[in-house]
Design a protein around this ligand. Structure first.
Ligand SMILES: Cc1ncc(COP(=O)(O)O)c(C=O)c1O
Length: 393
């Protein structure tokens, strides 16, 4: 950066994504002829389902490429509302569904709607890093609350109540979580919603991995109240990361203000992606993504015990998404060095905990099971032949 350019303070406080740096180092190894097992990547390896691609081709052929309403096309808002009714058993009016440019935009819009200068938002540490950076960008304070296996690596009503101050505006929960893959039990979510409500705050629930759940039938926080902000995405369950499409279900009274923000921040969500996403809810697409969900579950069922056998600490079984957050402290080095050395020695790439917060970040790494089972086996084999050579603590 030109040294004459004066940057805003917020930029200095926003950390880069270390996972991207791991990925760059992994790609450099590959370019030098080494084979790499990629367990650092947080997006599904599956291609976008065929019916979705066909719907996109048809939209382009029709010339359907113009801006849409900032809230999204009505047909898609209705289809999402129907999906909540049919799949998750909850009635949501389509007027409350706002289609966004990825769930990233849904998170940004919600926080822009709620956060004033110096307002605090409570988040789990470890957690998805962009959230604290969104809050910082909006001049608020992201308050990371240390969480561990006792609470499934999630916030609880008690943790939220203990951390609440007059500056607290609300809490943001991702269930299942990135990086831990763990969920908030539904009854705990009920207590959380009541605790936040009793304090006059707002609860934002990021459910982008909800339909990639492996334990029991997923339940959306929308069952609990009409005044929550619930965020979701086409990126993960529907394998559409690059299409940049997500959504937000907001309290009815907030929709008009969110529309104003969306109009000004990015005009409208991508048109072709919206037309394509209409095919997500067809029986054919749902059959494809459900099959893939079972494949993710089979990968998890292999990877978690295999990593435990290698000596990683995984005290809570992840029940959603495609991440395993593993304690690497038995191997005697901090997680950043551990990732670098593992990559150099074995060609297995995974992400250091520092991407996800401060709490015991140096003791943890994140593995993503976004590669096929045979590659996961290969990665585990490589680690198995390297780890015994390290001096264990
Ligand atoms: C917990 C969580 N929320 C939100 C996002 C943003 O996803 P997208 O903008 O692709 O919907 C991610 C991406 O990895 C995530 O892990």
């Amino acid at each position: 950066m030109d040294t004459r350019t004066r940057l805003a303070a917020r930029v200095q406080e926003i950390a880069p994504f270390h996972v991207m740096e791991v990925q760059t180092a992994a790609r450099a190894l590959e370019a030098a002829g080494r084979s790499v097992v990629h367990m650092e990547i947080g997006e599904p390896d599956f291609p976008t389902p065929g019916p979705v691609i066909s719907a996109a081709h048809e939209a382009i052929a029709r010339g359907d490429i113009y801006y849409t309403s900032a809230l999204g096309i009505p047909a898609l808002r209705e289809a999402i509302a129907r999906h909540y009714r049919d799949r998750l058993g909850v009635r949501v009016s389509p007027e409350r569904v706002i289609v966004t440019a990825g769930s990233s935009a849904a998170l940004l819009l919600t926080l822009a709607l709620l956060v004033n200068h110096d307002d605090a938002i409570l988040l789990a540490d470890p957690g998805y890093p962009c959230n604290r950076h969104f809050v910082r960008t909006l001049e608020g304070e992201a308050v990371g609350i240390p969480v561990g296996p006792q609470s499934n690596y999630q916030l609880t009503a008690d943790l939220i109540s203990a951390a609440w101050t007059p500056r607290t505006r609300g809490a943001l929960i991702a269930s299942p979580s990135n990086p831990t893959g763990t969920m908030v039990a539904f009854e705990e979510m009920r207590r959380i919603a009541a605790a936040v409500d009793a304090r006059g705050g707002e609860l934002i629930v990021d459910e982008i991995y909800l339909e990639l759940s492996y334990a029991e039938k997923p339940r959306t926080a929308l069952e609990l109240s009409d005044s929550l902000f619930v965020i979701s995405s086409f990126s993960k369950y529907f394998n559409m990361t690059g299409w940049r499409l997500g959504w937000l279900v907001a309290p009815e009274t907030a929709v008009r203000d969110i529309e104003k923000l969306a109009q000004n921040l990015y005009i409208s969500p991508p048109t072709v992606s919206q037309r394509a996403a209409l095919a997500c809810f067809s029986p054919d697409t749902l059959a494809i993504v459900e099959e893939r969900r079972r494949e993710f579950q089979a990968r998890r069922d292999f990877l978690v015990p295999a990593l435990r056998d290698l000596g990683f600490g995984i005290p809570v079984m992840p029940t959603g998404g495609f991440f395993v957050y593993a304690d690497c402290s038995p191997f005697g080095m901090d997680s950043e060095r551990f990732c670098v050395e593992a990559l150099q020695a074995t060609g297995v790439a995974f992400t250091p905990g520092i991407d996800f917060g401060r709490h015991r970040a140096e003791d943890h790494v994140r593995f993503a099971y976004t590669i096929a089972l045979d590659k996961l086996h290969d990665g585990v084999r490589r680690l198995a032949s390297w780890l015994p050579r390290l001096s264990r603590t």
